[in-house]
Design a protein around this ligand. Structure first.
Ligand code: ASC
Length: 153
């Protein structure tokens, strides 16, 4: 028993001491899968708002607010997946993410701020379609700016 606890502790210490990539993800492909999955959920809920903005689906303030809250939450998740060494593999991420990290992080911050504003706008009483359109448009710009710079076609 004591021995197995000691071994567990040794394993834990080793795990904690591993590089960040290994601490969070067993392998680079897991990090890629993680960020792509997060982006997929993000885009799905953003797209549901987009359908309203584009008149494909009837405007409904509660649906907009619900989806925008998910967008704001999901905007935070994918970035943990951009670990060192995950520029290779089944990914459209450009290698310059890791050499222009300051700009990448600024683009991330811009998107997360726009997503938070979209959520607060959508949740405010008396939301109009025009207000939703404006906040959606501002957020879409931040998605595009980062994709143009850091994602392969
Ligand atoms: C989406 C989606 C993106 C962004 C981008 C905004 O719904 O999947 O990548 O919006 O097109 O310009």
């Amino acid at each position: 028993m004591k021995r197995s606890i000691a071994l567990s502790l040794a394993a834990l210490v080793a795990a904690l001491a591993a590089p960040a990539a290994q601490a969070q993800f067993a392998k680079a492909s897991d990090a890629i899968k993680y960020r792509q999955s997060g982006m997929w959920i993000l885009a799905t809920h953003f797209g549901r708002i987009g359908a309203m903005v584009n008149g494909k689906v009837a405007f409904d303030a509660k649906t907009a607010a619900d989806n925008a809250a998910i967008v704001a939450y999901m905007s935070k998740l994918p970035f943990a997946g951009f670990v060192e060494g995950s520029d290779k593999g089944e990914t459209k991420a450009k290698a310059k993410i890791w050499t222009e990290r300051v700009k990448f992080d600024q683009d991330r911050d811009n998107m997360q701020a726009a997503a938070a504003k979209l959520a607060s706008t959508a949740a405010a009483p008396g939301l109009t379609l025009d207000q939703l359109k404006a906040a959606f448009g501002e957020t879409a710009k931040t998605c595009k700016a980062c994709h143009d710079a850091f994602r392969e076609e």
